[in-house]
Design a protein around this ligand. Structure first.
Ligand SMILES: [Zn+2]
Length: 76
């Protein structure tokens, strides 16, 4: 009997299984389409989060540069 991995919980399940016995993931064509949609949304959400993180890091970099610059100006 061949085994495949559940895309949701990554556990091995029977190739013939229509449902993952561990997490209930369904292998029906319609459900897979919904699943791909969800994955795409998650990917977009993560991209958005990454963009926000980059912005926050840039802001911290600017603050850090200002503090260092201010300290150097103070000492001179
Ligand atoms: Zn599963």
């Amino acid at each position: 009997m061949a085994l495949q991995r559940c895309p949701e919980c990554r556990r091995k399940i029977s190739e013939n299984a229509q449902l993952c016995p561990h997490c209930g993931f369904s292998f029906n064509e319609a459900d897979l389409a919904v699943y791909r949609e969800k994955l795409e949304q998650r990917r977009l959400y993560n991209e958005q989060l990454n963009r926000q993180n980059i912005k926050i890091q840039l802001i911290w970099l600017v603050i850090f540069a200002l503090v260092i610059g201010g300290a150097m100006w103070w000492n001179s």
